[in-house]
Write a protein that binds this ligand. Structure first.
Ligand code: SF4
Ligand code: SF4
Length: 165
């Protein structure tokens, strides 16, 4: 098993004003403005969970063991701007690497959905108008994680969960 995790642009709240009207439905990922790309993140926190990948099948299993920098309450990175100092293997999701990363992103992740040609869910903040709908829909990891400080990596297999969808 190898571990997988990634990061994303995180400001809290994510600014979603001044964007092109329903850009996510008509602008290809590669053509989105940086602000639009950032606004796609729904703040679910699931990409900051440690995941296990079967080297033979490439099957991905989610655990509830969160990156040391994930704030379990906000589902945001506590030190996004300087996170690399603490978590060097945090991968920044970009239009250039989405193709190779999408398969191990959460099923409901907006970046993965759009990459796969699917629509965003109605609970997405861009559609609902509030980030709270992500939590209300039961999609986020709010209050559901344990810190990787508290669980040895050898025990992560005991923390495998079904992704909330
Ligand atoms: S460093 Fe921050 S963005 Fe990266 S995985 Fe950890 S919590 Fe997520
Ligand atoms: S899984 Fe996708 S939508 Fe959810 S926090 Fe990570 S980047 Fe944002």
């Amino acid at each position: 098993m190898s571990r997988r995790r990634t990061g994303k642009p995180q400001t809290d709240p994510i600014p979603r004003e001044g964007l092109r009207d329903r850009f996510w439905e008509r602008v290809p990922l590669a053509n989105m403005a940086p602000k639009e790309w950032e606004a796609l993140c729904d703040g679910c926190g699931k990409c900051c969970l440690n995941k296990l990948e079967d080297p033979d099948t490439a099957e991905i299993a989610f655990t509830d063991v969160a990156c040391r920098l994930l704030d379990d309450e906000t589902c945001r990175c506590a030190q996004y701007e300087i996170r690399k100092q603490f978590v060097p293997d945090c991968v920044v999701l970009t239009p250039a690497n989405i193709a190779e990363i999408a398969y191990w992103m959460p099923q409901t992740c907006a970046y993965r959905l759009l990459f796969e040609g699917k629509a965003l869910y109605d609970w997405h903040p861009l559609i609902s108008g509030t980030a709270e709908t992500v939590h209300e829909a039961g999609i986020s990891m709010r209050g559901r994680t344990v810190s990787e400080f508290d669980v040895d990596e050898e025990e992560w297999e005991d923390h495998i969960i079904e992704e909330p969808v």
